[in-house]
Design a protein around this ligand. Structure first.
Ligand SMILES: [Zn+2]
Length: 458
């Protein structure tokens, strides 16, 4: 194995030692036993590859003979979680232990699942780490009704255990940057589809296949036409042929997701139904993000197999949300971002779709998923790097008491990520008053932390 320069892949920076190569294969090879010393070696290689801001080096594997295209790994740093390897499928597959790849040796399903006595110590919900996993393994689709990972239980409550299709949707939205918005983007005209297309074009599933060939955004394309295209593609071995349709639906009605076009209503009605993410199980508060699997049934007929839906704030700003209550909070936060901007503070809003980490010294990290986070920098004195501040916003909707109790158990953890401010939402006459109080409170906090002399919000 050797490290090559990302910008000049023909230039070998250095060869890995035998110990390093073995450590990488044990760490990332599914089913391999990891030794304690492997972790340190792997972390050092990753740090060499990714300096925290940019990828500098790729790791090329010698499991394929010289002369042929050799498989490569790159390094990625997400907003949360450690540096990790990502397979670059465009350069071909490994013939070594890395042919069966895992991002970390931690097993996916160990850990406590929301034990009330130990909040934050569950196994965190993370993005799908490998684009190839967007596709079902051959023969797996049928054995996995609804395409889920068998996690029906906890998922109306907080959505921590998302069905697999939901996890794919959240990964796509997060990676294509739909769950984060800087105040300046509020002024932009919607260019969301271009953003998706650019993102998908850069994701390889094999040397011959990119995500943009299987992910499509136009529900009016006839199913047969789409599946004929899919049939004609060079397809990864062991994977079932399918496409993913992603769009923002105007309405969900009678098991169908509806897109209104100038030609009339276009209805996507999946055979196995539409499941919902977040708190909204009735799907009566559009618009919704809808991700649908398109494939062939046993008789070879093209069909919409199943779908997953998630609240979107609006067509113009389709930030994914968990409930109608959050929509009310988000509307206020947009107004707030524009207001503090007039005072010179540029706020970035994030909607966490995966668990956020709270590091502890000498203890395992804790995990939480706030409803929203606002980050911004203080003005800072000359020569001093501006400090980053974070507010954590929780929408406390008029909801069942159990849910609210579970939610507040994690608030102690959230307070260690940033200053926690709750927004109370209920369907009564006093909402305007609560909204005004919330707006004033957040605005004052942002200006204070940013070091802006206080002014009265409008
Ligand atoms: Zn290899």
């Amino acid at each position: 194995m050797h490290l090559v320069e990302r910008d000049h892949p023909d230039t070998v920076r250095r060869y890995l030692s035998a110990e390093e190569a073995v450590a990488v294969r044990r760490f990332c090879g599914e089913g391999q036993e990891v030794r304690p010393e492997d972790v340190r070696l792997v972390e050092a290689v990753l740090e060499e590859m990714h300096d925290g801001r940019h990828v500098r080096l790729w790791l090329e594997c010698d499991c394929v003979g010289a002369g042929a295209s050799r498989p490569r790994l790159t390094a990625r740093v997400r907003e949360e979680g450690p540096r990790h390897f990502v397979r670059m499928h465009q350069y071909g597959e490994h013939r070594c232990a890395l042919a069966l790849f895992r991002q970390t040796p931690e097993s996916e399903n160990v850990g406590l699942d929301d034990d009330p006595a130990r909040p934050g110590q569950h196994h965190p919900l993370r993005p799908v780490s490998d684009a190839l996993d967007y596709l079902d393994n051959l023969h797996e689709g049928a054995a996995r009704p609804g395409g889920s990972n068998g996690s029906n239980g906890a998922f109306g409550q907080r959505g921590r255990r998302l069905p697999r299709l939901g996890r794919i949707l959240h990964t796509l939205l997060e990676d294509a940057d739909f769950a984060r918005l800087h105040v300046d983007a509020l002024q932009e005209k919607s260019r969301s589809w271009e953003r998706f297309e650019a993102y998908a074009a850069g994701q390889a599933l094999s040397p011959e296949l990119t995500l943009s060939q299987i992910l499509y955004l136009k529900p009016w394309i006839p199913l047969n036409e789409k599946m004929r295209e899919i049939d004609a593609l060079a397809w990864p071995e062991m994977k079932a042929r399918s496409a993913l349709l992603l769009f923002v639906a105007d309405e969900i009605r009678a098991g169908g997701a509806i897109k209104k076009t100038s030609m009339g209503e276009c209805v996507v009605r999946p055979e196995k139904g539409i499941r919902a993410g977040g708190r909204d199980q009735r799907l009566t508060q559009p618009p919704y993000w809808v991700l649908t699997v398109v494939d062939r049934d046993r008789d070879g007929n093209a069909r919409f197999r199943e779908a997953f839906a998630q609240h979107a704030h609006s067509f113009a700003r389709p930030v994914p949300l968990d409930s109608q209550y959050e929509r009310i909070t988000l509307k206020l936060l947009f107004r707030l971002m524009e207001w503090v901007k007039k005072h010179g503070v540029g706020v970035t809003l994030s909607k966490p779709l995966f668990d956020r980490e709270v590091r502890q010294i000498d203890k395992p990290s804790l995990w939480c998923r706030p409803d929203f986070e606002l980050t911004f920098r203080s003005a800072g004195a000359v020569g001093v790097a501006p400090r980053l501040h974070r507010l954590v916003i929780e929408t406390m909707g008029a909801d069942d008491p159990d849910y609210l109790a579970r939610k507040s158990r994690t608030h102690e953890i959230m307070k260690r990520r940033g200053i926690l401010i709750e927004h109370q939402v209920a369907d009564d006459d006093a909402q305007q008053e609560r909204d005004d109080a919330f707006f004033r409170r957040v605005a004052a906090k942002v200006l204070h932390l940013a070091g802006v002399p206080q002014a009265k919000p409008d």
